[in-house]
Design a protein around this ligand. Structure first.
Ligand code: XMP
Length: 510
């Protein structure tokens, strides 16, 4: 497999570099900068990209290039900190600028190259240090008013450095720069297609599981459904899918799982009806983290019971996707404070002695969706809205009761239906949801006084769900949604709109 190894020096944009390349069908993986070559070798890199990072190469103890990169003789593209590292290791000079440069800049190309063709374009800058003297063999490719050396290159060795960030969408034609590096300079054929992803995953599962049996927990979400579909292609009837209906699901969720997995794809599916148990356990609970903990524990117990009744299984398939893997392995990001406990359905029951199979471990969300369609899952499932493991329990602020769940379920369905018919769901609205507040207010309906609950509309635009902005939905549409919810959902008499970005807000309210 010809690929690119992206070495991560801790920039908040590192994952985006990998995503951009995958979007143009080039396989690449992100590795912490101190990864040993034995691990990187697995993907047969034809070139290296060095990411940005928060450190200064001038600081003692700042991360340096691993010792295998320069001797490999392969093309290298350094971005921001990565560019400064190239200068540091190849005898250039890096200095700290008098002021940081952050935001948009106009890039003027001085010497056209395949990487940066002639012209002027907008780029995104975020740096403190800059190159003062290029290493021998390099020449200036481009500059901005604040960065005389915004791009440099040594075409003989195929070493390139960019001070700006081609991976963020504020940089015009940034993906083309990364693509050109991979194809023209590293000689990679862009053939990382959905079919190849699926075939690769199937052969990996077969070699891992052999003739043994496996179980997969499905939630109705995209990741677990695709993991189940791929594993079924690999293992056939040696796979059983378990779906726990916890009573905290959206309208039609159980039916969708049954029709897509059991009927269309014919995956052996065990459905456990556990709604009553979950509701009982949640009675009187209002604290968000307590709700999440109770749901997580009950899920594991219910799942264990279901598995105990089956033929013995050795393997558990999990829909872990690449951003989860990267987030938990990146040294500089794993210290992040715990904002919410994420109890993913399908989470590993700790005291069960399963071996773990993670067929989506190296795929980004959009690749998981493409693989799902390739496997014959319906678009209605593959393009579903993200939905938290603890389900509607964290969208019913205050106590979770049957009655309140039904309110939020119906209101949510109306919101989603209207956004879908207006063509806004997916793009630009990445996620939309309704949350029920534990607040009652007075209203009037048909000459009668009402005293009902308030519902909040939350719709966001986001690329990665780590940061988000509130979506600007047309006022007339908001009016229509509000009217429908108040008229059609018993017990809700007021609708309000959430205008908070993330940060400081999170997407879900709990
Ligand atoms: P927040 O609310 O943290 O959500 O801004 C970010 C994204 O994650 C989803 N989310 C969850 N997904 N288990 C999940 O699998 C969870 O417990 C969970 N909590 C939030 C949320 O819907 C949004 O897409």
């Amino acid at each position: 497999m010809d690929s690119i190894a992206v070495l991560d020096f801790g920039s908040q944009y590192s994952q985006l570099i990998a995503r951009r390349l995958r979007e143009v069908s080039i396989y690449c993986e992100l590795f912490p900068h101190d990864t040993a070559y034995e691990q990187v070798e697995r993907i047969h890199p034809a070139g290296f990209i060095l990411s940005g990072g928060p450190a200064s190469v001038l600081a003692a103890g700042a991360p340096r290039l691993p010792d295998y990169v320069l001797p490999s003789g392969k093309p290298i593209l350094g971005i921001c900190y990565g560019m400064q590292l190239l200068a540091y290791h190849l005898n250039g000079r890096v200095i700290t600028s008098a002021r940081r440069e952050y935001g948009y800049a106009q890039l003027h190309v001085q010497h056209a190259s395949p990487l940066l063709p002639e012209g002027t374009r907008t780029v995104w800058m975020s740096h403190g240090d800059r190159i003062d003297r290029m290493p021998p063999g390099f020449s200036t490719l481009a500059s901005t008013p604040n960065s005389p050396i915004a791009g440099m290159g040594d075409p003989d060795r195929k070493y390139y450095g960019l001070q700006f960030h081609p991976e963020v969408h504020h940089t015009q034609n940034g993906t083309t720069i990364l693509e050109t590096f991979a194809t023209d300079l590293c000689g990679i054929k862009p053939d990382w297609t959905p079919r190849r992803m699926v075939d690769q995953a199937i052969s990996d599962i077969r070699s891992q599981v052999g003739n043994n049996r496996a179980v997969v927990g499905v939630s109705g979400g995209v990741d677990s459904s695709v993991a189940a579909a791929i594993s079924y292609q690999a293992l056939g009837d040696r796979l059983t899918a378990v779906f726990v209906d916890n009573g905290l699901l959206r309208i039609g969720e159980r039916e969708l799982v049954q029709s897509a997995l059991a009927e269309t794809l014919q995956i052996p599916l065990v459905v456990v009806d556990a709604a009553e148990t979950f509701l009982k356990a949640l009675k009187g609970v209002t604290d968000p983290e307590t709700k999440r903990r109770i749901i997580g524990e009950h899920f594991i117990r219910t799942f264990e019971d279901a598995v105990r009744n089956m033929e013995p299984v050795d393997f558990l398939v999990q829909g872990t996707i690449y951003p989860d893997v990267v987030e938990s392995s990146a040294p500089d990001r794993s210290q992040a404070a715990r904002i919410k406990t994420h109890h993913n359905v399908g989470g590993l029951p700790e005291d069960l002695s399963f071996k773990l199979v993670e067929p989506l471990r190296y795929l980004f969300k959009d690749e998981v969706r493409k693989a799902g369609l390739e496997l014959g899952l319906p678009a209605s499932l593959v393009n579903r809205q993200p939905f938290p493991g603890p389900g509607l329990a964290v969208r019913c602020l205050g106590e979770v009761t049957d009655e309140r769940l039904e309110r939020v379920r119906q209101a949510d369905a109306i919101f989603i239906e209207e956004l879908t018919s207006a063509g806004l769901l997916g793009n630009p609205v990445a996620q939309a949801l309704v949350t029920l507040l534990p607040v009652r207010s007075v209203g009037v309906m048909g000459d009668q006084r009402t005293y009902g609950e308030a519902a909040v509309l939350r719709a966001v635009t986001t690329e990665d769900f780590m940061t988000a902005d509130w979506a600007r939905i047309p006022h007339d549409l908001l009016g229509k949604i509000s009217t429908r919810i108040v008229n059609e959902v018993e017990g809700i008499n007021r609708v309000v709109l959430d205008l908070t970005s993330k940060p400081p807000g999170t997407i879900e309210w709990e």
